[in-house]
Design a protein around this ligand. Structure first.
Ligand SMILES: [Zn+2]
Length: 245
């Protein structure tokens, strides 16, 4: 199955927090999108691999993605090396996405930055014909290089290269985030386990505040921000948000 867009996150919930509004826009337009979680988030203070997998499945259904796979790399200890790059290249060649949403390149959680670089490197290397990979049935895969890798903002602020207006889908985005009941503060839900950096009401409020702040930059209510290592080309000016700012 060819996908138009593949969103990759090192922890289940990274995609929901970082770029699910933009994914929803494209899915609504009929584009095929998928999510790859690199790890099961098994080192998270709350929840475990099983509960987080169930939450990820539910969140994926809320977003309407066509596929969601978990590569089961080691949370906290995976590397950006040949073994991990080949694993990801095989997935890129399987789904042949044109656009990648991936983790940011530098962040509070070291996994995020390491994953961001792993994603960028794998996307480039996947286009080299002499790097051989096989699919699950042992057949040789053809080279494939996504055309854009957009790194979504996570905890630390980075000045974005691209802002996407997600105002119409913000409510649905937050519903996908709230599917992670073990991780975040969800109104009316009983919280189990120790409080963490992301489990307080403050954390989700900061997610909303960030989206409001980014939205303000382009004159809309909510936006998601992305870093692009290469220049972004538009076919025409219809994609521009025309607001006075
Ligand atoms: Zn994360």
């Amino acid at each position: 199955m060819k996908l138009d867009i593949l969103a990759i996150g090192v922890h289940p919930d990274d995609v929901e927090l970082g770029c699910s509004g933009s994914l929803l826009i494209e899915i609504k337009k009929g584009k095929k999108a998928g999510i790859i979680d690199l790890t099961q988030g098994e080192l998270g203070t709350r929840g475990d691999a099983t509960s987080r997998a169930a939450e990820a499945k539910k969140a994926g259904e809320i977003l309407g993605v066509s596929v969601r796979e978990n590569l089961k790399m080691r949370d906290g200890f995976f590397k950006n090396d040949e073994e991990h790059q080949l694993k990801l290249i095989s997935v890129l060649r399987k789904y042949r996405p044109d656009i990648i949403f991936g983790n940011i390149l530098d962040d509070r959680h070291p996994d995020h930055g390491r994953a961001g670089h792993l994603i960028s490197d794998a996307c480039f290397l996947s286009g080299l014909v002499k790097i051989k990979t096989t699919d699950s049935e042992g057949n040789d895969q053809e080279k494939w290089r996504p055309k854009y890798v957009f790194h979504y903002l996570q905890d630390w602020y980075h000045e974005p290269d691209l802002l996407i207006d997600v105002s119409d889908f913000f409510e649905q985005k937050m519903k996908s985030v709230e599917a992670y009941t073990t991780q975040f503060h969800v109104e009316g839900q009983i919280q189990e386990g120790a409080e963490t950096y992301i489990s307080t009401p403050d954390f989700l409020q900061s997610v909303v505040a960030r989206a409001r702040m980014l939205g303000k930059r382009i004159g809309v209510k909510y936006a998601e921000g992305f870093i692009s290592e290469k220049k972004i080309g538009l076919k025409d000016l219809d994609a521009l948000v025309l607001m006075e700012t």
